[in-house]
Design a protein around this ligand. Structure first.
Ligand code: ADP
Length: 182
């Protein structure tokens, strides 16, 4: 079917993937339900295309510094990094709330003491799909994943550079954009 013979009134359905147009066949139902098309979209869309900028504090920060960063950067989770951006841990707002309820001087408690350490951090790469990333949020019951790049695997400890963040808010944003037909 040439472009000239494509029916403009069916263009929306063709673009949506519900109808297909073939030469000498004409229009036919693709067999895909709208749910299948959404599934295709979220398995196809890569984390790299939707990630936000990472919000990090360095490992020498205090709990007080981390709480201030949580407010100034308006996030719920901070990633803790070395001076050269290598991931060493994460703290959530509840980790910080818990330590703030104690008696200690928050300026003197290093964030490293309260963070979840690298060995237990769930990460995602930019090449993974948004479906895989969102599944990790659900399965591991966390609000945010650091988007990482492996910079060295040779030593006994893997070095990961933080290049972004993927959070529940990212998923909600994608959901709203899909709802708007974007
Ligand atoms: P909150 O504790 O504020 O409800 P989360 O559910 O995200 O927030 O965090 C739960 C726990 O998991 C916290 O102790 C936090 O340090 C840890 N955590 C946060 N992000 C991750 C992650 N990506 N991988 C593993 N643990 C994480």
């Amino acid at each position: 079917m040439r472009r000239a013979t494509l029916r403009p009134d069916l263009a929306v359905l063709t673009m949506a993937g519900l109808l297909e147009a073939r030469p000498r066949v004409g229009y036919f139902y693709s067999g895909k339900t709208p749910y299948m098309l959404i599934a295709e979209e979220i398995r196809h869309l890569k984390v790299m295309e939707v990630k936000s900028v990472p919000v990090v504090v360095t490992e020498d920060a205090s709990v007080y510094d981390a709480i201030v960063a949580l407010f100034t950067e308006d996030v719920g989770t901070l990633f803790i990094v070395t001076n050269d951006s290598c991931l060493v841990g994460a703290v959530s707002r509840k980790d910080l709330l818990k330590v703030a309820l104690g008696q200690g001087d928050l300026h003197k408690i290093p964030v490293q003491v309260v963070m979840t350490r690298l060995a237990n951090i769930i990460t995602v790469s930019g090449e993974e799909s948004v479906y895989d990333a969102a599944s990790k949020l659900v399965v591991h019951e966390v609000d945010a994943l650091p988007v990482v790049e492996v910079i060295s695997e040779d030593s006994d400890r893997e070095m990961l550079k933080v290049i972004g963040r993927f959070t529940k808010t990212t998923v909600v944003r994608i959901f709203v954009e899909m709802g708007e037909g974007r």
